[in-house]
Design a protein around this ligand. Structure first.
Ligand code: ATP
Ligand code: MG
Length: 305
C-alpha cells in the first residue's frame, strides 16, 4: 500500500509560494481573529457602509472519499466553507477523518474522491493535479512531516519558492536574493540557520520538523494553509514561536484551516470558527467557546449520537 511517507510530491508541489509581504511586527502578537465576523456585523448595524461580502476561498460540499486501495469510506458527506481572511479550527476524535480531509484537499494519491465538490478560489480543485493545487495557493503541513533524503532544506525551499514564482509569472530569486528573503523568516520562526544545510526533515526532532513546516509556510506563504497538528510535540516556547510566526503571516487575504486537539493552540491563534468532526463529517460548528466546552466536557457532550 502506498503510505503517506511515500508521497514525495514534486519539489514545487507540497509547498506553495507567494510573495506577499508579511504583516508588520507591531501586528505580530496573537491577533484576535475571532473578532472578524462580529466586526463585520457591528459595521453593518452601526449604519456605516455595508461590509464587503465575504469572499469564499474554499468551498467543500458533500465531499465523500475512500481509501484508494480498499475503497473504505472515510469522508462521508463533508461540508465546509472558509472565506478569505478567516481562520478555522478543525477538531475531532482520533480517527474521525481530519488528516484524511487535509490530504484529500491537496490531492494525496492514497485517497479517491467518490462524491461532492470542492471549489478553491473559484476553480474546481478536484480537477487539478497536486502541483496545480499548490501553485493555486494551497499549502498543507503534514501531521507527520515527510523526510526528503538527499535534498537540502535550503535547496528545497529555494526550488519550491521559485517554482511557484515561475507559475505566477514573477521573477525567480537568485540564491543570494533568496537568502535575504529567507533570513528574517528564519528569525521569525526562531530557527537556527544550520537546519538549512541539513536534508529536509531528516533526523529533525518532532518540534524541529514543525518549526521547519512553518518556515516553509513563511517562505512560500500560501493563500490557504492547512496546518495538521502543528502544535503536537512542541514545547511551550516553540508553540509560542510557531503561533507568532503563523500570526505574522496572516493578512486579510489569506486563510488558515488548523487541525488540533487542544484549546491551547487556539489561545495563541484565534479562530473565527471551530468545527467538530466525527465519522467523516462535520457535526458541529461554533466559535472558540466550542473548544472550551470540549476541553471541559469532552466529545461526549458534542457527539451527534
Ligand atoms: N491510507 C490509509 N490506509 C488505511 N487506513 C487509513 C488511511 N488513511 C486513513 N485511514 C483510516 O481512516 C481513519 C481516519 O484517519 P485520519 O488520519 O484522517 O484521522 P484523524 O482524524 O486525523 O485522527 P488523529 O486525530 O488521530 O490524527 C482512521 O481510522 C485511519 O486508520
Ligand atoms: Mg490526523
Amino acid at each position: 500500500m502506498a503510505s503517506s511517507a511515500l508521497f514525495s510530491p514534486p519539489l514545487s508541489l507540497s509547498r506553495t509560494s507567494t510573495i506577499s509581504a508579511p504583516r508588520s511586527s507591531k501586528d505580530s502578537i496573537f491577533l484576535p481573529r475571532g473578532r472578524l465576523p462580529s466586526l463585520r456585523l457591528a459595521a453593518a448595524s452601526a449604519g456605516g457602509s455595508p461590509p464587503p461580502p465575504a469572499k469564499p476561498f474554499l468551498h467543500v460540499e458533500d465531499l465523500r472519499a475512500v481509501i484508494a486501495e480498499t475503497d473504505q469510506e472515510i469522508l462521508r458527506g463533508l461540508n465546509l466553507t472558509v472565506n478569505e481572511g478567516e481562520v478555522h479550527a478543525l477538531m475531532g476524535k482520533n480517527g474521525s477523518g481530519k488528516s484524511t480531509l487535509a490530504k484529500v484537499l491537496v490531492g494525496h494519491p492514497d485517497y479517491k474522491v467518490t462524491g461532492g465538490k470542492v471549489v478553491f478560489k473559484g476553480e474546481n480543485l478536484l480537477e487539478m493535479d497536486p502541483e496545480k493545487r499548490s501553485h493555486a495557493g494551497l499549502f498543507m503541513s503534514f501531521q507527520t512531516p515527510i523526510e526528503i533524503p538527499g535534498v537540502s532544506n535550503m535547496d528545497f525551499m529555494l526550488m519550491s519558492c521559485n517554482a511557484r514564482r515561475k507559475a505566477l509569472g514573477v521573477p525567480e530569486l537568485s540564491p543570494l536574493d533568496f537568502w535575504s528573503f529567507l533570513y528574517p523568516k528564519l528569525q521569525a520562526v526562531n530557527m537556527d540557520p544550520k537546519f538549512l544545510n541539513r536534508n529536509v526533515n531528516e533526523g529533525f526532532s518532532g518540534g524541529e520538523k514543525k518549526r521547519n513546516e512553518i518556515l516553509q509556510l513563511a517562505v512560500l506563504e500560501a493563500d490557504m494553509a492547512i496546518l495538521d497538528e502543528i502544535d503536537s510535540g512542541l514545547d511551550i516556547d516553540a508553540l509560542q514561536d510557531v503561533a507568532k510566526a503563523v500570526n505574522n503571516l496572516l493578512t486579510p487575504r489569506n486563510s488558515i484551516l488548523m487541525i488540533t486537539h487542544y484549546q491551547r493552540l487556539l489561545d495563541f491563534i484565534r479562530p473565527s470558527y471551530v468545527h467538530i468532526m466525527e465519522n467523516g463529517t462535520i457535526i458541529k460548528t461554533g466559535d472558540v467557546s466550542l473548544a472550551s466546552q470540549l476541553e471541559k466536557e469532552g466529545y461526549r457532550s458534542l457527539s451527534a449520537a
